[in-house]
Write a protein that binds this ligand. Structure first.
Ligand code: PXG
Length: 291
């Protein structure tokens, strides 16, 4: 069955869901997107994702031609049209159609707006039971004074270069360091370590302010740990008791090896497992009803 895709005010079959080769999203990666999930007929933290989409757009001086409330309506409608109860939702807003030349003023007709809702997403396959193997990439996360990693933009080449390095050595994910050499985040996920019952993740100035990240920070007291945001080095990662990644697609994924060093006893950590359970309870009990 073909998906029904929202494209600039209409729902079209996926085979007809096409944008122009002159769209600046394609030509220059000029645009923003979100990755959202639905569990049991409810969209998890929908308002937080919409806020982040609009903040990303504001940061690149892009106007989204809908109110936030209307955008939430489009997302719910896209889910309903596709019969999605559990699934993955991808809103995309590009600068729109222009001509060759990066100047955003060339995109006179305004933004291109797309919403795709599909049944599932799998990033790391069966790696959850055994835990993920991670390597540190040689490329650094783009510094916030160049292109803020907090903007969820259509420019993912920095992340993809990291991902290619992980692929080349058979790792599940890559860690990206910031310009100072502190851990920033993984290529499509935020990164946490736990040491002596303290759960740590870097400040979001050098990473995406992940919504799963903020959820993990909120759940920390429930699993009996203190949560702090602070910079940390690879040394602290290698010496950690536990490590995990967080992301909408990945959810909470235990990390058992970093750069060939075994984390803890080499199996998904006890606190990480409690956190996975608490996360599952939360996502199935809360969220905006699709209707
Ligand atoms: N860092 C980066 C660079 C991301 O792209 C996260 C952290 C986690 O953020 P959330 O808000 O999801 O907890 C992301 C999110 C994909 C895909 O298609 C990637 C993400 C989300 C959904 C799908 O690979 N990245």
């Amino acid at each position: 069955m073909e998906l029904s895709v929202y494209l600039n005010g209409k729902f079209v079959p996926q085979s007809e869901a096409k944008v122009s080769v002159f769209d600046h999203g394609l030509l220059y990666g000029d645009g923003v997107f979100e990755g959202i999930r639905a569990y049991g007929g409810r969209i998890f933290k929908l308002e937080r994702h919409i806020d982040r989409l609009y903040t990303s757009a504001k940061a690149i001086d892009l106007t989204i031609p809908h109110t936030k409330e209307a955008f939430a309506g489009i997302i719910k409608e896209t889910c309903r049209k596709n019969g999605i109860r559990d699934g993955y939702i991808r809103p995309i807003v590009t600068r729109g159609v222009g001509d060759l030349g990066i100047d955003p003023r060339k995109c006179k007709d305004g933004a291109t707006v797309v919403v795709i809702a599909q049944r599932g997403i799998s990033l790391y396959g069966d790696a959850y039971e055994r835990g993920l193997k991670v390597v540190t990439a040689s490329v650094r996360r783009i510094p916030p004074d160049s292109l803020s990693p907090s903007i969820k933009s259509l420019n993912y080449l920095n992340n993809i270069l990291g991902r290619i390095e992980a692929n080349r050595v058979g790792a599940d994910e890559a860690l990206l360091l910031d310009a100072q050499g502190f851990v920033a985040e993984a290529t499509a996920d935020n990164f946490f370590i736990i040491k002596d019952n303290v759960m740590m993740t870097p400040y979001s100035s050098t990473s995406l302010p992940g919504i799963t990240r903020e959820t993990a920070l909120e759940l920390a007291p429930k699993v009996g740990v203190t949560a702090v945001e602070r910079p940390f080095t690879l040394y602290e990662v290698w010496a950690a008791d536990e490590a995990f990644i967080t992301g909408t697609a990945a959810e909470i994924g235990p990390v058992v090896e970093v750069d060939g060093r075994t984390i803890g006893d080499g199996r998904p950590g006890k606190i990480t497992k409690k956190l996975i359970k608490a996360f599952r309870d939360l996502v199935t009990a809360t969220g905006t009803p699709i209707g």
